[in-house]
Design a protein around this ligand. Structure first.
Ligand code: MG
Ligand code: MG
Length: 604
């Protein structure tokens, strides 16, 4: 986390942690004395559970080991002074010259004697890049050989899972000999394990490791100590500590819930309230001081104006099951942007309880006695997320608050296919965790799309397909830094994509009503012609209507985009067969075309 040791203690206490590890460099840099740090922790109700790291202590020759003992003795005394019962010793990466379990065991035994004299114990951890000991199974063998009551192992999920070591042998370690547990997730990367560990660790649930299975082994071994997070990550080092601590705490709650569900035989674990993933998107809200340009677009597209809210400067537009709320309330100076999304859920009360337990910040909305009360939380990045009870058919109850709408036009779209949100770089992991822990969405895929303004990283969150065949899909895009500070027209826009039965008919109809869609370059269609064996008439139609195309196995994907207004544009997609992607190959071309029209607009 960012900040000083005392800042970190405050952040952890506020987020609800019971205790912390003290990382030695934090203590050395702190202006406070060890006794003052101990007093601050006590005042905050935090236990100091581990002091770390003591490095390069075993596998060394006798002369070096004399120096190790001297250094270790001072650190054991320090730990004891701070009331810390366990000191982490990691396997030797630098000074080891003896690759021999008996030597390492004898040295750990001597260290155990020294630790015990101070009333502390040592937890031996195999680093993934240890010179000789780089596997937890060998670390345990050495600890077993040391046969000292003050010597146990520390298990770190990163060191075990990054190396692909089978965690099942954890069950062979007696639980009381596992002195400490450190948890980190991480994305799958082809990277040297040291850089991977120091820069890319994530909180549980955000990476690719199976931490639920891992915890199953640890708990079945009989471990009863703390679940500690040890996450080195470039982002968290520089973002707000209080926020990181809340984020971290939420990750542990998610993990405990998932472990409890996976292993019903394990006692004493807390579950979050049951709730299934949302079955669909109830509505999307666009907020702006002036939403008229969006209204013009929606009318040209063939959406129906369902009128104005009884009491607020808010209008509703629908087509099929797609519902767009345009909100001009408290929006002075704001250009059109995606402000809120509503999910249809099977048990709205359970979702409310689940979000409360996760400490998700609630959205504040002024409500009136006669109105439907909608529950909402604020997602990282500021998007408000609502959830409403899914209804079998027809419009949800809240739509009755809109008056003086026009007669329903025949639907031009079926519903919402996906909502693509732009995330600040420092909030992407937190956002992924928010939607997975709170709403049961899953992080499905990650891609990088080259744009003329930089690389756009994209991650897709999705729910399971519903009975109606809908699926909640949320591609999260991280704007390249070059776009981040560019204000309304420079920022990476967000978009709402609608599912259509016939994109060609939709674009033709919209054009007749005066709406032009985003122009794809002629080169793009020459490339389509080369890549796919498309019927020439069909290709000519795509070219004429500026519709993008993709194919994936037997599935096909047609997509068209409107111009961007403020920070949003609309997309129309036609999924054929089993196509389940987002036309990622077309995104870079679309971003280039959008940049062109942005610059043309700026020059007008
Ligand atoms: Mg560790
Ligand atoms: Mg899209």
């Amino acid at each position: 986390m960012s900040g000083t040791l005392v800042d970190k203690l405050h952040a952890c206490a506020a987020a609800g942690f019971d205790g912390v590890e003290v990382f030695e460099p934090d203590l050395i840099a702190a202006p406070e004395s060890p006794d003052e740090i101990r007093a601050v922790a006590e005042r905050l109700g935090l236990t100091l559970d581990l002091f770390q790291p003591l490095r390069d202590v075993e596998g060394v020759d006798a002369e070096e080991f004399a120096r190790v003992l001297r250094r270790a003795d001072a650190k054991f005394a320090l730990a004891a002074r701070m009331g810390i019962g366990t000191v982490l010793c990691c396997s030797n990466v630098a000074t080891a010259t003896i690759d021999d379990d008996d030597t390492s065991a004898a040295q750990l035994r001597a260290l155990g004697d020294a630790a015990a004299r101070h009333g502390v114990r040592i937890a031996f951890e195999a680093l993934a890049w240890g010179r000789y000991i780089d596997d937890y199974r060998r670390a345990w063998r050495v600890v077993e050989l040391a046969a000292h009551p003050a010597v146990g192992v520390c298990l770190d999920s990163f060191h075990i899972l990054s190396r692909g070591h089978d965690p099942a042998a954890i069950r062979d370690i007696p639980g009381e000999r596992i002195f400490f547990l450190q948890l980190a997730d991480a994305p799958r990367l082809e990277l040297d394990v040291l850089s991977w560990s120091r820069h890319h660790r994530l909180f549980p649930g955000e990476g690719s490791f199976d931490l639920v299975d891992f915890m199953g082994h640890v708990l079945h071994a009989g471990y009863t100590g703390p679940w500690s997070l040890e996450v080195f990550n470039d982002t968290f080092r520089q973002t707000d500590a209080a926020r990181t601590a809340q984020h971290a705490h939420r990750a542990l709650q998610w993990l405990e819930d998932a472990v409890a569900r996976a292993f019903p035989d394990l006692p004493g674990l807390s579950m979050l309230p049951d709730s299934a993933a949302p079955s669909g998107v109830d509505f999307v809200e666009i907020k702006a001081e002036d939403t008229s340009a969006i209204e013009v677009q929606l009318a040209q597209l063939g959406f129906t104006s369902r009128g104005r809210h009884r009491t607020k400067p808010v209008t509703l537009w629908t087509s099929g099951r797609a519902r767009i709320v345009l909100n001009e309330q408290h929006a002075r100076g704001a250009v059109p942007h995606l402000a809120a999304i509503g999910f249809e859920v099977d048990d709205a009360a359970a979702v409310s309880r689940r979000l409360a337990q996760l400490g998700a910040p609630r959205a504040w909305r002024r409500t009136y006695a006669s109105e439907e009360r909608l529950d909402a939380a604020v997602a990282p990045g500021g998007t408000e997320v609502f959830w409403t009870q899914a209804s079998d058919a027809g419009d949800p109850a809240w739509t009755a608050e809109f008056e003086h709408g026009e007669q329903l036009r025949p639907p031009v779209v079926r519903g919402v296919d996906h909502v693509s949100m732009t995330q600040p770089w420092q909030e992407i992991d937190e956002t992924v965790l928010f939607y997975t822990a709170a709403f049961g969405l899953r992080a499905e895929s990650a891609t990088e799309v080259p744009s003329p303004d930089g690389l756009v990283q994209s991650r897709v969150l999705a729910g399971p397909p519903s009975a109606m065949g809908d699926r909640v899909r949320l591609p999260l895009n991280v704007a390249p830094p070059a776009l981040a500070g560019h204000g309304d027209n420079g920022a990476l826009p967000q978009h709402i994509a609608f599912t259509c039965d016939n994109v060609r008919a939709l674009v033709r109809g919209a054009r007749e009503r005066g709406l032009d869609t985003l122009r794809m370059p002629p080169n793009y269609y020459d490339d389509l012609e080369a890549r796919f064996d498309l019927d020439p008439a069909f290709l000519a139609e795509l070219r004429d209507l500026s519709i993008a195309y993709d194919r994936d196995g037997d599935g096909e994907y047609l997509q068209a985009y409107t111009a961007t207004v403020g920070q949003v544009f609309w997309e129309f997609v036609e999924r054929r067969g089993a196509y389940d992607g987002f036309g990622a190959g077309n995104a870079g071309i679309r971003l280039t075309a959008q940049r062109g029209s942005r610059q043309a607009g700026a020059g007008r």
